[in-house]
Design a protein around this ligand. Structure first.
Ligand code: WT7
Length: 668
């Protein structure tokens, strides 16, 4: 157990213990108006979960056919709203058509490039327009051979078309798997292989900080990559749909590649939403675990959508007049639940921005807030810390008074960043919701409700309705308050993952074997005297670098694929900006000189195997790694060396004590 009581990067401010109560004014207009109101609903939700969720599912979603059983739980397999039928795109689009929402902006999109003195490209899609686009594109998918249950890979920049593609899949019952545009050709190929996708949707290129990311070229390469037996990884791919975005030159392979805009002209705008079983697979999203192979997290239809809708409504306190902006990329689960499905299921206006927060200058976000009158902003601590570094003069240039609520997600937010966000972005008037959840949980699990929960900077506070998190010790027993332990969830919830694509055994081992009968989160946590949850961060071999989840084993395997490398161990060290930075300890093969150029070569190799997000920040060439007599790398010691702190704890299991002295010397 390595969880410590204090989250990395959190300073003395934590002891300050300030509590921020929701303002009367905010509470008055909120869905949940007081802590007592929250507590009452929460207690009902956990005392009679079936009753609670049944009522919510009936109120929030449109069902084609009612369910027979609310929850069927046969550990570790959960089924929710069994027998019920619905369609996600119907719930996000069609249901708003004959209402006053029809002509409301569903999506507001702004592109990254701006000519000097000229604003970026803008596109607004009303619910009616988005519905039409989705119907057209669903017919394009059908025309290109996609049927119910088929897997479709989406590898697109942050464009309205990414949402269109996702919704079109759900409309015809195809299962999408979105891959973040920052991942490499190899990652695309591995994921296609794992889920046996039939079709890829991509763009010629995407804009990022002024340059063009050649997405189509990566797809072309992915489609040629082979496994160790010489078999093509992506041989299940029959078609590639290419969206024109950046205008860069691309190769088009006759018979395989088709243009989005040309296909859209060949179809009509009638497309009935398929009646899908509540438990029909909705999407697969790959995320890192503690082995070299990413896990395909599977979410299904009814329970997931209910979670996305309810959490959006209550956590962001959504109202009809809001302009809501979640800055996450659709390549992450946050983009799924809180850019696309949650807001649209609520009939909200969701803003999508294509590019980087500091392009062309560090005030881009604040200009966007001002320009569209954004009322709710949901972003990551790593971004907030970057804004702090860039200086308060950038937000100060803009009128941010439209904001009424701020959110944070992805990693623990240190109190300094929290307070900076509160003062400089929220003008001391906006509640901050620090939301803890995971790709696996599908939606927000531990969070303040902004009109009800007093907040403490650095704490995600209390569980959402129906969620029963607990902090337990090695033996799975609840620990006393203010004691560190493992964070688990006791009961199944509707929006939990349903498994790992094609790997039920691993699903059981990773999530349901650590603590008997409970879902294991992989996070360390403590609860304070008020029952507030303070997440410490991962306690497995998963790192959180700038809000991106990265498996150390994946990076290690990318590094050792370099023929000059004999062995590698990757650990995290605290980083002011990114939360954690990646440090790689690398042993070179005999005779290979530890030249500085080799560091760059290794970094490039990782970018190629996984993607630029996983490039190590620090590469240290060493002669040996600290190992136990049974040959297990002692990461605990490496972490201390990487952080430059004194080595503490037991070193008696170390096979060769001299290794430590040498490692410390290897630091530059
Ligand atoms: C891991 C999940 C949640 C969607 C985006 C990331 C960390 C997430 C918080 C928070 C402290 C947090 C955890 C978690 N995390 N939110 N508010 N406070 N830690 O999803 O890539 O699946 O990563 O992110 O360590 O396990 P993900």
């Amino acid at each position: 157990m390595t969880a410590k009581a204090k989250p990395a990067g959190i300073t003395s401010l934590q002891q300050e213990g300030r509590v921020f109560k929701p303002s009367k004014e905010f509470s008055k207009g909120a869905h949940i108006k007081s802590l007592a109101h929250y507590k009452k609903l929460y207690s009902e939700s956990v005392k009679s979960p079936d009753k609670f969720w049944a009522k919510q599912a009936a109120n929030e979603l449109v069902w084609f056919k009612p369910w027979k059983t609310v929850c069927q739980w046969k550990e570790p397999v959960a089924k929710w709203f069994v027998g019920g039928q619905l369609n996600v795109s119907h719930n996000c689009l069609d249901r708003w058509l004959n209402t006053p929402h029809a002509n409301k902006a569903a999506l507001i999109w702004e592109g990254e490039p701006e000519a000097p003195g000229k604003a970026g490209e803008v596109r607004t899609l009303t619910y009616k327009q988005l519905h039409r686009e989705v119907c057209l594109f669903a017919n394009v998918l059908k025309r290109n051979g996609i049927k119910r249950g088929d897997r479709v890979m989406i590898y697109l920049p942050m464009l309205a078309e990414a949402a269109v593609a996702m919704l079109a899949c759900t409309r015809i019952g195809a299962v999408h798997s979105v891959v973040f545009g920052g991942f490499s050709a190899q990652s695309v190929a591995d994921r296609i292989f794992d889920c046996q996708a039939k079709l890829v949707i991509t763009a010629d290129g995407g804009f990022r900080r002024g340059s063009v990311v050649p997405l189509k070229r990566n797809v072309d390469e992915a489609l040629t990559l082979k496994d160790s037996q010489g078999d093509r990884l992506a041989k299940t791919i029959e078609k590639v749909i290419v969206l024109r975005r950046a205008g860069n030159e691309v190769a088009i392979e006759e018979g395989r590649d088709v243009w989005w805009h040309q296909e859209m002209e060949c179809v009509d705008a009638q497309c009935v939403a398929e009646k899908m079983d509540s438990e029909a697979p909705l999407f697969i999203l790959y995320t890192s675990g503690s082995t070299g192979k990413p896990k395909g997290i599977l979410h299904t239809t009814g329970g997931y959508l209910l979670g996305a809708k309810m959490t959006s409504k209550y956590v962001f306190d959504l109202r009809d007049e809001d302009v809501y902006w979640c800055t996450a990329d659709v390549g992450w689960v946050t983009g799924h639940s809180y850019v696309v499905y949650g807001p649209l299921a609520n009939g909200a206006t969701s803003l999508i921005y294509e590019g980087a927060p500091n392009f062309p200058e560090p005030d881009r976000f604040w200009r966007i807030v001002e320009k569209y009158g954004v009322t709710i902003l949901y972003t990551a601590p790593t971004a907030i810390r970057a804004f702090m570094k860039w200086g308060v003069e950038w937000p100060k240039k803009h009128d941010l008074r439209s904001l009424r609520l701020l959110g944070s997600v992805g990693e623990p937010i240190n109190p300094e960043a929290w307070l900076w966000y509160h003062e400089n972005i929220g003008g001391k008037r906006c509640p901050i919701v620090d939301t803890w959840w995971q790709t696996e949980t599908g939606g927000i699990m531990i969070t303040p409700l902004p009109g009800a929960t007093p907040t403490k900077p650095g704490s995600a506070t209390l569980p959402f309705f129906g969620i029963v998190p607990e902090v337990v010790d090695e033996a799975g027993k609840p620990v006393p308050r203010n004691t560190g332990g493992k964070l688990i969830v006791r009961k199944p919830w509707p929006f939990m993952l349903r498994g790992l694509w094609g790997d039920p055994q691993r699903y059981k081992e990773v999530y349901w074997s650590e603590v008997k009968g409970c879902y294991f989160t992989g996070d360390g946590c403590r609860q304070d005297k008020d029952g507030y949850f303070w997440i410490v961060g991962r306690i497995d071999d998963v790192l959180n670098v700038a809000g991106h989840r990265i498996g150390t084993a994946e990076v290690e395997s990318a590094i050792v694929s370099n023929p000059k490398v004999a062995e590698a161990a990757v650990v995290g060290r605290p980083d002011d900006l990114k939360g954690q930075a990646l440090v790689a300890f690398v042993i070179l093969k005999t005779g290979v000189k530890p030249e500085p150029a080799l560091r760059e070569e290794i970094r490039q190799q990782v970018a190629k195997e996984i993607g630029p997000v996983a490039k190590p920040d620090d590469i240290r060439f060493v002669e040996a790694l600290p190992k136990t007599r049974s040959g297990k790398i002692m990461r605990r010691l490496l972490k201390q060396i990487a952080a430059g702190v004194e080595i503490k704890g037991d070193t008696t299991t170390l096979e060769d004590i001299n290794v430590l002295a040498k490692l410390s010397q290897a630091e530059e």
